[in-house]
Design a binder for this molecule. Sequence first.
Ligand code: ZN
Length: 218
Amino acid sequence: MISMHEPASVRCQAASPDAACRHASAAGCAAAGRHRDGAGRAATLREDISLAVRLALAAADRLESTPRDVRTACLYRIAFGHAPGHKMPGVMRFADPGMLAASLFRRVADTLGGRAVRFRCRPQPGAHPFRNAAVPRMIEGARNRRVIWLYPRYWSRPRHIRAGILIHETLHLCCSMRDHGTALRRPNNAHCYEWLVLGLNGLAAEPSDLCSCHLTPP
Ligand SMILES: [Zn+2]
């Protein structure tokens, strides 16, 4: 998840770059400013996860409602370039693409809510000063299926933006979602879902999310 706003205002002063910043234990991952200790960050992260789960489930509810309200259909169309009820090959297991998106949001909620994800604070990559988080493909030689890296910039974002970031990164972990530049179509681009989940909850995503969504063909 990349956005184009101010630089990070806090630092992850971990004893080692890979020091844990996990759900309930963020010892060794202290920060300046508002988050002065690891416990503060752990509490913040728990609240972020809780909000992310609520937002994902609410978005799923809206997409699954029949008939869908005009606003839901409009937001979906802005993100993906077609109506949520548009019949498409590749979504045969679902009634339509809107139901597929709903199922992805529910999977994200299950994954985050089930504490299946581990978080680690990492130094801000020098080449990516505006990056908030990442999911490494491999960790210690094994395929990564549960770890999200959080960069210092993450903690400087507003809470609902942080929740959107968690949803975005969890889509990489649990749903084989890609980013623009690697996704062939928007339904495989995590930026599109990040923008949509916030919009369906009446929250503003960062403009870069919709931009990054629209860099991928519908
Ligand atoms: Zn991503």
